[in-house]
Design a protein around this ligand. Structure first.
Ligand code: PHE
Length: 344
């Protein structure tokens, strides 16, 4: 039995020497020291021995078991530390490295200008119409017919308006004024609405003009609305948007859907009125068209022009932004140059 014990111990020691990992050591422990392990099998047989032998073999068995336990523990710690160190080495991070900076987007200057204009006009009593009432792809009916633009008017010419291929009467809207018709159709005054959106024109692109741009249409129809109301609202708007010190002028003009009509110019901020490339030497930039809603337009949507009157305006968003931030070329808004966009 003694020999048997020593044999087991020797083979356990050999196994331990060959062990390569914690899991090897765990299987060795199970093989020799568990309840079903080899030492326990021997201890079970102790009862067949004489008392004297029981004592000798028993204490030897205990001694050897303890020795083996000690050896296993040492080996285990050795592997445990080794594996832990390897893991720590592998997962090591340098907490002194600078972090990756998160790039923040910012609001496009045209969006913020639109928001600013809308907020001011809301403060003056106008509400934004749902966008479904001002589509970018529009029929001639809304873009021209109902706005009193005669069939032979030059603005309808293919050179100004983008026609679609599918249907001859469908256009990319050339102005937001169609929103006036959508807003008045089937409704009774008072109507006091605004409608921001994109418009398209087949223009030659230059510092002042792009072949698409953005407008904010405004419409106020009620009993007794006068040109004085129009001037009052627009002057107040411009005072809030630019501050009191910016020179502006009202100029009489013509639009088929307003009578009388006017345009508003704001002094060019790039040259302070001296004349430059942006204002094509005039010292002024036109920012909006406006006028009293033509009686024909009111009649067309079933509003009696003898009872009601109204005014309308269409503001050019790019121009308002250019004149506030001294942006000397409209194309800067659309070519995604970060050096430009990051300034806002
Ligand atoms: N739709 C006109 C334009 O695009 C502007 C305008 C709007 C004029 C409303 C009068 C009334 O030039």
């Amino acid at each position: 039995m003694k020999e048997q014990l020593e044999k087991i111990y020797n083979s356990a020691s050999q196994d331990l020497d060959n062990a390569n990992s914690i899991s090897d050591i765990e299987s060795i422990k199970a093989k020799y020291l568990s309840r079903k392990g080899e030492f326990n099998e021997i201890k079970k047989n102790l009862k067949n021995l004489s008392d004297e032998d029981k004592r000798i073999v028993g204490s030897l068995a205990n001694e050897i078991t303890q020795k083996l336990e000690g050896a296993i523990k040492t080996k285990f710690e050795e592997f445990y530390n080794k594996e832990l160190n390897e893991k720590l080495q592998k997962d090591k991070i340098d907490i002194t490295l600078p972090g990756k900076s998160v790039r923040m987007g910012n609001i496009h200057p045209l969006t913020s200008t639109t928001n600013e204009i809308v907020t001011i006009l809301q403060g003056l009593g106008f509400s934004v119409v749902p966008s479904i009432q001002s589509p970018e792809v529009e029929t001639e009916y809304y873009n021209f017919d109902m706005l009193n633009v005669p069939k032979d008017h030059p603005a309808r010419d293919m050179q100004d308006t983008f026609y679609t291929k599918g249907a001859s009467n469908v256009v990319l809207r050339s102005q937001t004024s169609g929103a006036q018709i959508h807003a008045m159709e089937g409704k009774k005054p008072p109507i006091r609405v605004i409608s921001p959106g994109r418009v398209y024109r087949n223009e030659e692109v230059c510092a002042r003009k792009n072949n698409f741009f953005h407008q904010i249409e405004g419409l106020y129809v009620d009993k007794g609305v006068t040109f004085g109301d129009l001037k009052g609202v627009l002057n107040e708007f411009i005072r809030i948007y630019f501050g009191a010190s910016r020179p502006t002028r009202f100029r009489s003009s013509f639009f088929p859907f307003t009578e009388p009509s006017a345009e508003v110019d704001v002094q060019c901020i790039m040259c302070e009125g001296k004349g430059c490339r942006t204002c094509s030497g005039t010292g002024w930039l036109e920012v909006l068209g406006a006028g009293m809603v033509d009686p024909n337009v009111l009649r067309g949507v079933g509003i009696d022009p003898d009872v009601y009157s109204g005014f309308a305006f269409g503001m050019g968003v790019e121009r308002f932004a250019m004149l506030k931030y001294a942006i000397d070329d409209i194309r800067l808004f659309f070519n995604d140059d970060e050096r430009f966009l990051n300034q806002f």
